[in-house]
Design a binder for this molecule. Structure first.
Ligand SMILES: Cc1cc2nc3c(=O)[nH]c(=O)nc-3n(C[C@H](O)[C@H](O)[C@H](O)COP(=O)(O)O)c2cc1C
Ligand code: SF4
Length: 454
């Protein structure tokens, strides 16, 4: 039995598993955690790679399936199933890591990239071997300058140690890994927009089907996974699928990284098992800042539906959050305290989406613009009661009608805001202004404070 399995069993026996388990973050803040020497000495780095090179690719995919690992990029698709859908023809195949991390509130991938680049590299080599792929790309958002430099150096180290390149560790398997920088557009995180961008085209999503598994980058079969998804694979191979599956829920294995921000005492990246509830997560981060009351939480990045303070006894796994009418998304938890005007918060989110729509679909291009204008005018005190009815109507013409899921993402915060905080919207209309500003006097720092949150 591996050391990590024993550790999980011990922690479970002590009844502490909800809070104290870490797979990826155990050494993340230690000096030199980004170097190959540290990774090999402290984290059993590249041992999983040596193990897989003697395994049948099918067995590796089965192991990932059994682990119940679900993609950490947003949709939570089961990784083992994605890998098993690979094309088996003779065309060249590609592996792509999605390091765009554009979802507002999300900052966990950049931590992995700058502190644990070798976890990602090893995970990608294992995936490449399982999928019979010989070329991989890491697509990084343009703003990640430091992460680019760290990863570039780590890739050089991995080549020098013969973990990358021709005939890896004396096997007949070869894999080359390249870095690619985007230009900083949110929509380039959507996997087919990303693939177009990788080809040097405008980063606009493609109509699906065909899916990337059949027609990906350069028209060839391609598997796209998130940074965290790849980074956790070496642990699964080393410690076993069962150990990983045991940490999470029945359908979502493992722990995940949560980026916690907003009005929280200790913002940061937290690694917790997927069984953790939102309430426990907030407590773990020191609770709401300055002893204020909790008003609402955006549990999975700006595209997820808002939860009220009464809805936080929900487990943070993919299925439980869907059941609660929202989604786990990118794992970005944004905490809003009692001082927040939800109309203003939603208006800022919608302004972001209006700006980032790629414009291919009229429902999304016009709808996100229209919603942003309506929310803004309600917030200014210039909205009408008919605006309140218009919001759900516009949303119903956007969700599920477009090339990509961006339009659905816009409707999440818009609909939940008006549904759950209708009274606040009505007050803006009847008072012809923001009740928070009228009752408390204009808050000179209000806009600045909110722009720190989003
Ligand atoms: C508008 C939009 C933006 C997205 N942005 C990201 C992103 O920044 N990073 C990411 O990994 N996935 C993002 N995704 C999800 C990807 O399309 C894709 O599902 C994911 O990279 C697959 O990896 P996974 O299976 O490991 O989660 C986005 C999706 C949409 C619709
Ligand atoms: S839904 Fe929006 S972002 Fe997605 S392709 Fe259509 S216009 Fe572009």
């Amino acid at each position: 039995m591996g050391e990590e399995v024993k550790r999980v069993k011990r922690i479970k026996a002590e009844g502490k598993v909800v809070m104290d388990y870490s797979i990826l973050t155990k050494f993340i803040y230690e000096k030199d955690s980004h170097t190959i020497d540290f990774y090999r000495e402290k984290s059993s780095g590249y041992k999983a790679l040596s193990k897989v090179l003697t395994m049948n690719p099918e067995t590796i995919i089965d192991e990932v399936k059994k682990s119940n690992l679900r993609g950490r990029g947003g949709a939570g698709f089961p990784t083992g199933i994605k890998w098993s859908l690979r094309s088996k023809d003779n065309r060249p195949k590609y592996l792509v890591c999605n390091g765009d991390e554009g979802e507002p509130g999300t900052f966990k991938d950049r931590l992995l990239l700058s502190r644990l680049p070798h976890n990602l590299i090893e995970g990608m080599i294992i995936a490449a071997y399982a999928l019979s792929t010989h070329i991989g790309y890491v697509y990084l958002r343009g703003e990640f300058a430091k992460e680019y430099r760290v990863l570039e150096a780590a890739i050089k180290e991995a080549y020098a140690a013969r973990f990358l390149g021709k005939d890896i560790l004396g096997s007949s398997f070869s894999f080359d890994l390249y870095l690619y920088r985007g230009a900083g557009a949110y929509i380039c995180g959507e996997e087919t927009g990303l693939l177009n961008s990788l080809e040097g085209k405008s980063g606009r999503p493609r109509i699906k089907p065909p899916y990337p598994a059949q027609f990906g980058v350069f028209g060839m079969p391609t598997c796209v996974n998130n940074v965290e998804t790849f980074a956790v694979v070496p642990w699964i191979i080393r410690e076993g699928a069962e150990a990983f599956a045991n940490i999470g829920t029945e359908k979502s294995g493992g722990s995940r990284l949560f980026s916690v921000s907003g009005h929280i005492t200790h913002p940061g990246v937290y690694e917790l098992p997927l069984t953790v509830t939102l309430r426990e997560l907030i407590d773990k981060c020191g609770g709401v800042r300055d002893g204020k009351k909790l008003k609402a939480v955006i549990p999975g990045g700006a595209s997820s539906a808002i939860l009220t303070h009464q809805e936080i006894d929900v487990a943070m796994d993919f299925d439980s959050l869907v059941k609660a009418g929202t989604m786990a998304g990118s794992g970005a938890v944004i905490v809003l305290d009692e001082t927040v005007c939800i109309v203003e918060a939603a208006s800022i989110i919608l302004k972001f989406f209006e700006h980032e729509s790629c414009g291919q679909c009229s429902q999304c291009r016009e709808g996100s613009h229209w919603l942003a204008r309506i929310f803004h005018r309600i917030e200014r005190g210039e909205g009408t009661t008919s605006d309140l009815n218009l919001i759900p109507e516009i949303c119903s013409n956007m969700a599920g009608q477009t090339i990509c899921a961006f339009a659905d993402a816009v409707t999440g915060p818009a609909l939940s805001a008006i549904k759950k905080f209708k009274k606040e919207f009505e007050e803006h209309v009847f008072l012809k202004g923001c009740p928070f500003k009228i009752n408390n006097g204009p808050n000179p720092n209000g806009e600045k404070e909110l722009s720190n949150v989003f």
